[in-house]
Design a protein around this ligand. Structure first.
Ligand code: ZN
Length: 656
């Protein structure tokens, strides 16, 4: 007997409500994607169903301490489709940032002091969680003076509220530690960083556990805020001035920029210490927010993008640990072949040491896995397992040295570890495009003690190759030719080939737009990188440190005849071609915008003042920095942002 349409709608609505409640209580049974699919199904049958318009969910088991949101806390429109994203964007300038896998929070400040913190709840009213949020270091109890000063022109009354909204989240590193702590306290076991936050926010006791959480601010609302901020970038810089953290962001315009951004994010998604489940895009021009407005449950000026994920169930056959080129020993599960997202899955990443320990992952465990943006599917949760402790290796599977447990990772610290050396050299071979030098041949050369470092590749002779099995004159000549050909290498490929932790091709492409020579890049400080592009502090430090550590190798390579080609910055005739600017200190316009403008017009932006510098630009020369002193001594003019603008305008007119 078939179900009537009404019965089906009713069943779907109940199912959606049940999963919504489980999600907000911190114990979801299905993936976000499966949940969205349920909503889509219902939408197709009954587009106006009231269940579809619910934002959040009121859980039954939490106290009645409800607080109204003066401006409703709407959820974001979301898409899994790049085409849909582009048709929303319509070539308008957008700011892209990470979508944090956390819990939305609203913080209310009066006279600059935190007076109330509440969850999103149903969007109209949320739970008062002030007591818990006071424990969170990244939720400032007081807004920084500087941010309040900029608002002084608004004449806000003492009673006027400043509301800051954002996401409360748990760092991946903290998660296993906190989860263990909760088990020790007899609290329910949390299955993911997001659930742990939801779980603790809904508790009446143990509120101090909230101190393990972090917070990213995304939005600020006060009387007149919609006229006050002209751009999203200005809003971000206000939030930072007020003392909040904001995840790395980027200004995008062209279709290709957006595609590149998503591609890069997908690549680096696992390298961040917090959970990212997509990207959020916001129109930079905030005057458009006013005209675009919002639907009943989401604003039109903002959209989130997620990769479609499919989940499946399987059984672990064996856990294999292997050493990467950075020395991290990571666990991968060999599983019973499962068909997922058009592919047969046999390997699943188990993330890291901490995950294996926390979930006690062992052979024969039944697990749920997910495959979304990434190529390799990931472990999601345990479905069924026998008691017992997991097996953690004590020695490096490659070199046998004793492994060190560092935070959530297992590390082989032996720089000469075979696996680390092989992967490092293989990376060079791939990036420098040395064809025909396969992993097997490389291992042969390593075993014959002809190669143990990257630079050894350039000392090889034809005879060395001829000693390899099945290698005749013709192939040996070809290999020598290919190695010779790899000596001329582009700056970006050279940087990729060094294999510096924290940076991939997209990062280098981006960085070399600003630092177009290796010398410039080597001089850059972590601060330069942070101010340049919203680089995260950790990444900026990793990159500059990695460059320094590779200096020795670079010198050896240059001595062996490696030539790095400079990156071309300009294409064609452009009005500012040949000019070099250095930006320093506070600037009224967002730094990234200025850099973008200068580069589009053909100028170079450098991090250090030299004789060649056209001008040093800043809107605050009150503090004397090493850059201003250097500019003075070299006779380099110092300009304000306005002076720079006038100069650009003049140049543009001359061109016409
Ligand atoms: Zn090792």
């Amino acid at each position: 007997m078939s179900q009537s349409k009404e019965e089906l709608i009713e069943k779907l609505a109940c199912e959606i409500l049940r999963h919504k409640a489980l999600y907000y209580e911190g114990f979801p049974e299905i993936s976000d994607f499966e949940y969205d699919a349920l909503e889509e199904k219902l939408k197709a049958l009954d587009p106006g169903h009231k269940v579809l318009n619910l934002v959040g969910f009121e859980t039954k088991n939490i106290s009645k301490n409800k607080r109204q949101h003066k401006t409703p806390m709407l959820s974001l429109a979301k898409t899994y489709d790049v085409k849909e994203l582009l048709s929303w964007q319509k070539e308008k300038e957008i700011v892209a940032t990470h979508k944090i896998d956390g819990n939305s929070l609203s913080l209310i400040y009066k006279k600059g002091e935190l007076v109330l913190a509440k969850t999103r709840g149903n969007g109209e009213e949320g739970e008062d969680v002030t007591g818990k949020i006071l424990w969170v270091k990244e939720c400032p109890k007081k807004l920084q003076e500087k941010s309040l000063d900029t608002l002084s022109i608004l004449d806000l009354a003492d009673d006027d509220e400043i509301e800051v909204r954002g996401e409360l989240y748990c760092l991946e590193e903290e998660f296993p530690r906190l989860a263990e702590k909760m088990i020790a306290l007899g609290l329910p076991e949390a299955s993911s960083p997001r659930n742990i936050v939801a779980g603790i926010l809904s508790r009446k006791n143990h509120i101090h556990l909230a101190r393990y959480f972090n917070f990213f601010a995304f939005e600020v609302i006060f009387k007149g805020s919609s006229q006050f901020f002209k751009t999203e970038m200005a809003k971000i810089s206000w939030l930072r001035d007020a003392g909040f953290s904001y995840p790395p962001y980027k200004l995008l315009l062209k279709e290709n920029d957006i595609k590149e951004y998503l591609f890069a994010l997908k690549e680096e998604i696992d390298s961040h210490s917090y959970g990212i489940d997509g990207a959020v895009f916001n129109f930079n021009d905030l005057t458009s927010h006013e005209t675009l407005g919002e639907t009943a449950h989401h604003p039109r000026y903002k959209i989130s993008f997620k990769w479609q994920g499919e989940t499946g169930k399987t059984k672990i056959q064996k856990i294999i640990w292997s050493t990467s080129r950075f020395g991290t020993v990571t666990p991968v599960a060999q599983v019973e072949p499962t068909y997922l997202s058009d592919a047969t899955i046999t390997n699943v990443t188990l993330h890291n040491l901490a995950h294996v320990k926390l979930f006690k992952l062992k052979a024969h465990d039944e697990i749920e896995i997910i495959r979304s943006g990434e190529v390799i599917p990931k472990f999601l949760r345990v479905i069924k397992q026998l008691p017992g402790e997991p097996l953690i290796p004590k020695e490096c599977p490659s070199c046998g040295s004793k492994l060190k447990e560092e935070s959530i990772r297992l590390l082989c610290e032996n720089n000469l570890c075979g696996a680390r050396v092989i992967f490092k050299i293989l990376n060079w071979i791939k990036q420098a495009q040395i064809d025909d030098l396969s992993e097997k041949r490389l291992i042969g050369l390593i075993e014959a003690r002809k190669v143990s470092h990257i630079e050894d590749l350039y000392k090889l002779t034809k005879e060395d190759f001829l000693e390899l099995p099945m290698t005749k004159e013709k192939l040996a000549t070809k290999l020598m030719h290919n190695i010779e050909g790899s000596k001329k290498i582009s700056l970006v490929n050279f940087l990729c080939a060094l294999g510096i932790e924290g940076a991939g091709k997209t990062t280098w492409l981006h960085l070399t737009k600003v630092f177009s020579t290796l010398e410039d890049l080597l001089k850059a400080t972590p601060e330069d990188l942070i101010s340049l592009d919203g680089f995260a502090e950790k990444t900026a430090e990793q990159i500059t440190k990695g460059l320094k550590e590779n200096k020795n190798l670079m010198e050896k390579l240059f001595a062996l005849g490696i030539e790095v080609e400079k990156r071309e910055v300009t294409d064609g005739q452009v009005p500012l071609e040949g000019l070099v600017f250095v930006l320093t200190g506070a600037l009224l316009r967002p730094r990234e915008e200025i850099i973008e403008d200068l580069q589009t017009l053909g100028a170079k932006v450098s991090s250090s003042v030299t004789k060649k510098t056209t001008a040093l630009v800043s809107d605050d020369f009150s503090k004397k920095s090493s850059k201003t002193t250097k500019a003075e001594s070299l006779g380099v003019p110092t300009w304000s942002g306005d002076e720079l603008n006038n100069f650009i305008e003049k140049k543009l007119k001359e061109k016409k």
